[in-house]
Design a protein around this ligand. Sequence first.
Ligand code: NAD
Length: 497
Amino acid sequence: MAILGAKTFQNYIDGEWVDAASGETFESTSPANGDAIGVFPRSSAADVERAVAAAKHAYEDWRLVPAPKRGELLFRFAHLLSEQKEDLAQLMAHEMGKVLPEARGDVQEAIDMAYYMGGEGRRLFGQTTPSELRDKFNMSVRQPIGVVGVITPWNFPIAIPSWKMLPALVCGNTVVFKPATDTPTLGERFVELLVEAGVSAGVVNIVHGGGGEVGNALVQHPDVPVISLTGSRETGVEVTKTGADRLKHIHLELGGKNAIIVLDDANLDLAVDGIIWSAFGTSGQRCTAASRVIAHEAVYDKLVARLVAEAEKMQLGYGWEDETDVGPVINQAALDKIHSYTEIGKDEGATLLTGGEVASGNGLEKGYYYRPTVFGDVDPQMRIAQEEIFGPTTAVIKVRDVDQAIEVSNGIKYGLSSSIFTQDVNRAFRAMRDLKAGITYINAGTIGAEVHLPFGGVKDTGNGHREAGQAALDFFTEWKSIYVDYSGKLQKAQIDT
Ligand code: NAD
């Protein structure tokens, strides 16, 4: 595809493409080779103000559009995404850096979500219940809430906006969307396709700019009752504090420090494949990445040798080239952070088995590339085994049995994804019950969520909400209970028994 060069983009507010009120801009560049991708409005609270006013106004009509019709819009959107899948994937490989098969998967996830949530337009089930009184009818219905502020990271630039905006819309809410400043073009394309699908003015608005300005203004705004944020734990805490004064509904999907357990009876070929995919896919920049491997002592040496051999075979390069296994990380700050953890791991006494350095040569020095890195002899309390690195680094920890494996897996502040490789059904069920995480995989890595099941984590990964599946509807609606008394007289619940 033609990559965009220095094309200038705008915000989309109230059905029009407009510049930031300040007229200021910022540039998006490729993490792969520094190429210019586009120029975007550097917006501020004034732009958020306009977008929220538009979304608030549009809400009064959108909430009354029959939900099946709202769903049909999502079907059209799914169709457009499918038509544009290859172009979007190419753009993603350039703007965000992930390799093409994964970029296609990112877009596919949004297509799946659009069809799934489109179908919700004909469900959005409530409940009917018997009444304790004669001639009385009881039911509960889901109702939309209002303007939803959607704040997203750069690592799933099409999928994550879809997890938030599509359920919000089908439920009858309107949206102000702030994408990450590292991937604004993909956010922009997402909105362009919604507009093409027929979304009316004000129902979806996009305001580009930084978290401290645009994100913060959204969280503070009195007319935005709902915020859905995916990002780091630190941002989640800040947003929670900012929103507290107005008792906002805040949905947080935050970090992870996910582990794959490999027991002594595991199929090692499968485990190695699962670990390599989960630790180094998307250059380790997934909230569900396997940044820890917990290996039974009986298989530790063999597993570590296999992992190092596979990691060393991985080809670094541009995400759009067929032979590339691992693309760049997102920016210089990420590269510096990842390397600082290599130094931390060495200082802590872990053994650096492979990687641990910035990659260069063959044009890689124009971007941000880090060699797949494996640490061995890791103590579960070391910082490299506790803190989110968000890069292609994994820490292997040796344990003596399944009890210790589960204890180590749980011994972190996060609780997003978890995995165990074993052939023993008893130990697998034990893990399903006892791993403290929002997701557990048996004989698969830590990544691979499907859109019809709830997605999210326990402990510091979030605040109890989930996206995807039916659970998403709970966040983007509020329940109303309705009692219809057709007895013609005043009946008193709990009193007229
Ligand atoms: P980040 O927290 O820096 O930014 C996320 C978004 O929040 C961006 O759009 C940013 O501009 C905005 N933001 C930052 N400060 C803000 C503020 N004070 N108020 C409002 N908005 C603000 O995260 P990132 O670096 O873009 O993404 C990486 C993080 O996201 C990792 O911790 C990763 O684990 C997490 N993540 C979690 C999930 C999940 O589902 N649990 C999925 C993907 C990524």
